[in-house]
Design a protein around this ligand. Structure first.
Ligand code: HEC
Length: 128
């Protein structure tokens, strides 16, 4: 009879213990992301302060609406941050998207900007 009881405890650990462990890990990952939101906030302020928002209000593109800074095709084109940083640093020749050098936006500031731009896609994907 005691053998049955132990078996039952093992089963209930697998049934409830394992999922709650996984849940705890998820919650942990979530709070790590929450910690990063300060970067997103800094990035938002930079986005507004360094003129980006004048042309890219809410991650759109006033002059070229087909090229917003969020959504599936943007995410695909700029899968890695390095490429996105490059686009901001070099600008898009022949368009009103000019280059923004280190003198205007420091390397750490550009990371905050990228964090903010990424957050735009995250929230637009969620609302879909
Ligand atoms: C004067 C308007 C203007 C300002 C200011 C501006 N942009 Fe742009 N941006 C554009 C336009 C127009 C394009 C589209 C260029 C093209 O591909 O023809 C663009 C393109 C981009 C792209 C590439 C999008 C793609 O799909 O390839 C990124 C990234 C970007 N802008 C980020 C920024 C950031 C970050 C800032 C601020 C530091 C900024 N832009 C400031 C007008 C602007």
């Amino acid at each position: 009879m005691t053998g049955m009881k132990i078996k039952g405890q093992i089963y209930s650990f697998i049934l409830f213990g394992v999922p709650s462990l996984l849940l705890a890990m998820l919650v942990n990952a979530g709070s790590l992301q929450a910690g990063e939101s300060t970067n997103v906030e800094k990035g938002k302020a930079l986005f507004e302060g360094r003129t980006c928002a004048d042309c890219h209000k809410d991650g759109g593109n006033l002059l070229k609406p087909s090229k917003p800074l969020k959504g599936a095709s943007f995410d695909k084109k700029y899968k890695d941050d390095a490429k996105l940083i490059q686009a901001i640093r070099k600008g898009v020749p022949g368009s009103s998207m000019r280059a923004f050098g280190v003198a205007e936006i420091s390397d750490s500031e550009i990371k905050d900007l990228v964090a903010y731009i990424r957050s735009l896609s995250a929230s637009s994907n969620k609302s879909k």
